[in-house]
Ligand binder design. Structure first.
Ligand code: SIN
Length: 464
């Protein structure tokens, strides 16, 4: 029996209430399902807190959509740019972004960049511009291999690498609490008992015939959570990237930031007819335009011949084109819209809490409110960092106080975050909340010197 059929069989057994006897039983504080940016960043924080942490990946590492991300991470370039980054995020999201969520993510972004640079991740010093951004603020690593380099850099810091080849079949429930998961691993069914579970299993892009997502992006985490009673929202908001090769290989919109233009089958540049920003309009606008031009003229092409240092800066794009027998330094590339990113997912609060005790979610699997109906380019890795960390702290708060309800948080413009929990816990976590969301130099240094769990983690040599 093939593995996928075995998984389906076991899931059926569960759906009909059949018990499956696991071969192996493990115990951990925190079980993280998925080893993309959100899962691995969360694991780093959890390890730094001394929590036993098990990360599992369905596919071989580096897995998930993160290593496929060509565009980098959107960080405001300076304090003045925070408002502009926020505005671009709100505008791209078509009125459905939760402003408080977006503000806290964007305000915190420089802290992540600072930390990643300190960890030695080789971000290019010059930000680039992508669609929907009013200025160049996207930081790349390794040219267009940003996601891969970021993930490798994070994986290299883990004490314990994620286990590969483990598919989650179901959650273990203790009353109404998620208390672990039943996995199918290479050795057969494995029961993992955990104080908290963080889902970071990604989206479902690969269900579409033309998609930029890896084949493992099948929405498993959303289904698991939904079966257990979590709320899924906005699943209809699937973002189509305007420029994929016909086989789904992504052509980063950063090439348009560097001057590449879109042409129809008559050789006409059409984007200025659709939007003032032309090729750098938000992604949904460009994707619709590409769709219409294909319908009306029979084809759409990307002209990359004007992009300087193309091979050096966009090695993945060049390799994908060459694999189809095209030379992007000479040939126009045929491009189509392709399913790229799921904005909806498991509804969470500011600590990734799903509403099911013990279950947290971060990354593409979650619907945090950051993206609204349409994600701004390169905000996804940023969200993976922000909510990987926040989700980890949500889980750790739960682990620290067995009987306490998970954190709920309210971000405010000036006061950062308020935690609505019992007094002692609020005392322990209050400074984390204020500093982490406050995002000021003073707040950050206060956090590092403070006594909160987050502060201790940041203050640890080699971890801060
Ligand atoms: C791209 O490089 O065009 C994709 C970036 C993203 O999905 O944010």
């Amino acid at each position: 029996m093939e593995r996928k059929d075995y998984v389906a069989l076991l899931q059926e057994c569960y759906a009909y209430g059949r018990e499956i006897a696991p071969l192996v039983r493990w115990q951990t504080d925190l079980l993280i399902l998925g080893a993309g940016v959100a899962g691995v960043y969360a694991a780093l924080w959890a390890e730094a807190q001394g929590a036993t942490t098990l990360v599992v990946s369905k596919d071989p590492l580096p897995s998930g959509s993160t290593p496929w991300a060509q565009g980098g991470v959107a960080f405001p370039v300076d304090e003045a740019d925070v408002e502009a980054h926020l505005r671009d995020t709100l505008q791209a999201g078509r009125g459905l972004v939760e402003e408080k969520v977006a503000r806290s993510i964007v305000e915190e972004a420089p802290l992540h960049l600072e930390r990643l640079l300190r960890w030695g991740l080789p971000f290019h010093p010059q930000p680039v511009r992508e669609g929907g951004h009013s200025q160049a603020r996207v930081r790349h690593l390794g040219g267009d291999r940003s996601g891969l380099w970021l993930l490798r850099g994070l994986l290299a810091r883990l004490n314990r690498l994620p286990l590969q080849g483990y598919t989650a079949l179901s959650f273990l429930l203790a009353g109404d609490r998620v208390a672990g998961a039943l996995l199918l691993g290479p050795e057969g069914p494995v029961e993992v008992r955990a104080g908290a579970v963080l889902l970071a299993t990604g989206g479902f892009g690969s269900l579409f015939p033309v998609s930029t997502a890896p084949s493992g992006a099948t929405g498993d985490g959303m289904v698991l959570a939904w079966r257990a009673g979590a709320i899924l929202r906005d699943l209809e908001f699937v973002q189509f990237h305007p420029t994929a090769l016909p086989n789904g290989a992504l052509v980063s919109e950063a090439v348009r930031g560097e001057g590449a233009v879109l042409l129809n089958a008559f050789g006409e540049r059409f984007m200025p007819r659709y939007a003032e920003r032309g090729e750098l309009a938000p992604r949904d606008v460009v994707a619709r335009a590409v769709f219409w031009e294909r319908e009306q003229t029979g084809g759409t092409y990307l002209d990359l011949r004007v992009v300087e240092h193309l091979e050096e800066r966009f090695p993945t794009v060049v390799a994908s084109a060459r694999a189809l027998g095209l030379d992007p330094t000479k040939d126009l590339l045929p491009v189509v819209p392709a399913a790229h990113y799921v904005m909806g997912g498991i509804r969470t609060d500011a600590f990734g809490f799903t509403g099911l005790p013990g279950l947290y979610a971060a990354g593409e699997v979650a619907s945090t409110g950051l993206h609204g109906a349409n994600r701004l380019a390169s905000n996804s890795l940023l969200e993976g960092l922000g909510y990987g960390q926040a989700g980890c702290f949500g889980c750790l708060a739960r682990l620290g106080r067995g009987e306490l309800r998970p954190a709920t948080a309210k971000a405010t413009r000036s006061g950062g975050i308020s935690l609505h929990r019992a007094g002692s816990e609020a005392a322990s976590w209050g400074s984390f909340g204020r500093c982490a969301r406050g995002n000021t130099a003073a707040g950050f240094s206060g956090l590092c010197q403070g006594t909160s769990p987050a502060g201790k983690a940041l203050g640890q040599p080699g971890r801060g």
